[in-house]
Ligand binder design. Sequence first.
Ligand code: HEC
Ligand code: HEC
Length: 204
Amino acid sequence: MIMNKKLVAIIAALLIASAYSAQPARAEGDAEVGKDLGYTCLGCHGIDGYRNAYPSYRVPKLGGQKAAYIVVALKGYRAKTRQHPTMSAQAISLSDQQIEDVAAYLASIGGDTVAEGGSTGASLVQAEDCTECHGSNGVSDNAVWPTLAGQHEDYLLWALSSYRDGTRTDPVMSAQAALIAEGDVAVLAKYFASLEGLETTRPE
Ligand code: HEC
Ligand code: HEC
């Protein structure tokens, strides 16, 4: 039987996802405790259209992103599987518990559109391979996988390019990104950005 590469990658992803859920329960984050730390984060993530200086792309929206994914991302910056000097500097000094707490706080503010399921915009044929994991409206229903709907287009483009050139690595997404046709990268970033979903979080 011939298995295509996409199928192999999806099976691998499901195995990894079940490995995650087989781990002992994480210590729950405490949003109240994470609030003080969270204010530092909102200095960048809480300002509409705030930009990374170089290369220039907008700081990702976190409103509506699930706490578990925020935890995965912060651990990635801490372990440098995600290379970004500023974010690594933020994450490197945080303990596992502080990461849980700040993620719980950030996930507790904003994100009403995602909670309502996002928009049901026109579908895009190239995005069909993505919905398996990122949800049919770009709203992921797996807590450790990111929602893409409504994210800034230039950040999505940057993220996909980073997987493709190996500066960001992930056991699941690196393989997926490598399969995207060159000409579809920008099309996909534009598409997911156009769906309603994530929001810029603001302190209450
Ligand atoms: C100086 C500005 C700045 C500050 C302060 C900052 N961030 Fe970030 N953050 C960024 C930028 C820029 C990125 C995108 C980095 C990249 O390209 O990977 C990012 C990425 C992230 C991501 C990944 C989002 C995704 O969709 O994958 C998370 C989660 C995150 N930051 C959380 C935090 C938390 C928590 C704090 C506070 C402890 C924080 N950030 C403080 C600028 C900042
Ligand atoms: C088998 C599951 C799976 C499939 C299929 C998949 N992804 Fe992903 N994707 C992931 C996971 C898991 C992550 C988070 C990885 C990490 O922590 O860096 C991710 C991350 C991303 C990110 C970064 C988001 C952020 O906030 O930083 C983008 C952009 C993305 N995927 C786009 C796509 C597109 C476009 C497709 C379809 C061509 C696709 N993905 C298909 C699992 C998948």
